[in-house]
Design a protein. Structure first.
Length: 366
C-alpha cells in the first residue's frame, strides 16, 4: 500500500489522522475504527451503517472477491468488464468457482480487447467541457494538484483526469467498480491514483484538500443528498471547483434510469407501478432531483458560489453521440442562432432539460 495516501485521508468517523498498517489495514487510534485494504483498494464502508437503496455491500464484496481472484486472467478492462457483467446478477455468488468459472470464461478471449478511443475520450472531454462552463460563468481557474472522481461508476473518466492532475483520488460505493478502475490503471499504466471504497456522505479526506471534484450522475443514488453536498463543501479547496451533473426528475426527454419523459410530473404511485412493470425494480432506488430541489440543496449546504446550467453556449464537440445532442450542438455552433438557443435551453427551459450541471466554488475560509 502506498504510504503517501495518509497525506490525503482522515477517519470518516471522527476526522482524525489514520495510520496505514502493512498492506491490509488502516486504523484510527482516536476512535478505534479499522478499515480493510483489498489489493490496494481501501474499504471505508460500514456494512451495518451505510446503505443505498437496492445495493448490498455484502453482495458487492462477494463479487469483488471473485473479480480479484480472476483479475489476472484478463489483459484488458473490457475483458474484466465482460466478466463482471456475467457474474453480477448470479444468484449464488458463493457457488461460482471451479468448473462454473471455467464455463463462464470459455469465451472470454473474444471480449478481452483494448479500450477503444471512444472509451478513453470521456475524461479528456469532460475537462474541456468544465473549462467552457468555468469561462462562461467567470469562475477562477483551479490548481491541477488533486482531483477527486466522486463516484467512479465504470471508470471511463479516470484516464483523462489522471493525465491532467498530479494525484487522482477515486471514490465509489462499489468495490466491484473500483476493481474495474484498477484494471484501467493497469491497462493504461496509470500510477498517480488512489482507489477508495467509501460513502460520499462521509468522505475519508482532509478539509480543504481537493482542487477539482467531478461527480457525474451520482447524487441521484445517494440516500442523504444534503450530507453529500456538505462533505463536498468541507473537502473542496479554497477556490477549488466542483462540477456535478444531476439528471433532471422533470426532464421532458426520456429519463435515463426509467425511460419515462416528464417522470417527475407523474404521481408517485404511477411512477412506482410503471417502473416495476417495465423494469421489475423499485423506483425508490434512484432519488432524482428537479431544478428547484437541486438549487435548494446547494443553497442550504454549499458555502460559496454556485450556478446551475444545462449546456455550455460555446460547446462545439462532445463525446456523447445521441441524436438530440448532435442537433443541439448544430444550433449552438451557428453564429446567428447559437446565443438564442443557449438562452432558451439554459434559462427559459432549464427546468425541463434532461440534466442539470452545477458548477460551484468556495470563495472564503470555513
Amino acid at each position: 500500500m502506498d504510504k503517501n495516501l495518509d497525506k490525503f485521508i482522515n477517519c470518516p468517523n471522527c476526522q482524525e489522522n489514520l495510520k496505514i498498517i502493512g498492506n491490509s489495514l488502516i486504523v484510527c487510534k482516536m476512535c478505534n475504527s479499522s478499515f480493510k485494504i483489498y489489493d490496494d483498494i481501501v474499504d471505508f464502508r460500514d456494512i451495518d451503517k451505510h446503505t443505498t437503496e437496492g445495493f448490498s455491500i455484502k453482495n458487492d464484496l462477494n463479487i469483488g472477491k471473485i473479480l480479484l481472484k480472476n483479475f489476472n486472467k484478463f489483459k484488458t478492462y473490457n475483458g474484466l468488464l465482460w466478466f463482471f457483467e456475467k457474474i453480477e446478477n448470479y444468484k449464488y455468488l458463493d457457488l461460482i468457482e471451479g468448473e462454473a468459472i471455467n464455463h463462464i470464461l470459455k469465451d472470454s478471449d473474444k471480449f478481452d480487447i483494448p479500450m477503444t478511443k471512444e472509451q478513453s475520450l470521456h475524461g479528456f472531454d469532460i475537462l474541456k467541457k468544465i473549462d467552457l462552463y468555468r469561462n462562461e460563468f467567470n469562475y477562477k481557474n483551479f490548481k491541477k494538484n488533486i482531483c477527486l472522481e466522486n463516484g467512479a461508476g465504470h471508470g471511463l473518466f479516470i484516464e483523462g483526469l489522471s493525465k491532467n492532475f498530479n494525484t487522482l483520488l477515486v471514490v465509489d460505493f462499489s468495490m466491484s467498480y473500483l476493481i474495474l478502475a484498477k484494471k484501467i490503471c493497469e491497462e493504461k499504466n496509470i500510477s498517480n491514483i488512489f482507489l477508495l471504497c467509501a460513502n460520499v456522505e462521509e468522505l475519508p479526506f482532509k478539509d480543504n484538500l481537493i482542487d477539482l471534484i467531478h461527480s457525474n450522475n451520482v447524487i441521484e443514488h445517494v440516500t442523504n443528498q444534503d450530507k453529500m453536498i456538505n462533505e463536498i463543501n468541507r473537502i473542496l479547496s479554497l477556490e477549488g471547483l466542483l462540477f456535478l451533473l444531476s439528471p433532471n426528475k422533470n426532464s421532458a426527454y426520456f429519463e435515463p434510469h426509467f425511460s419515462l419523459p416528464f417522470y417527475g410530473f407523474f404521481p408517485f404511485k404511477f411512477r412506482r407501478w410503471f417502473v416495476y412493470k417495465i423494469q421489475n425494480r423499485d423506483c425508490r432506488e434512484v432519488s432524482l432531483l428537479n431544478f428547484r430541489e437541486l438549487r435548494d440543496i446547494f443553497s442550504n449546504n454549499f458555502k460559496g458560489r454556485f450556478d446551475i446550467s444545462f449546456i455550455p453556449s460555446k460547446l462545439k464537440k462532445t463525446a456523447q453521440k445521441s441524436f438530440i445532442r448532435k442537433v443541439i450542438i448544430f444550433f449552438l455552433s451557428n453564429k446567428f442562432f447559437g446565443l438564442v438557443v443557449s438562452y432558451i435551453l439554459n434559462k427559459i427551459l432549464i427546468s425541463i432539460m434532461p440534466y442539470h450541471v452545477i458548477i460551484a466554488q468556495k470563495t472564503y475560509k470555513n
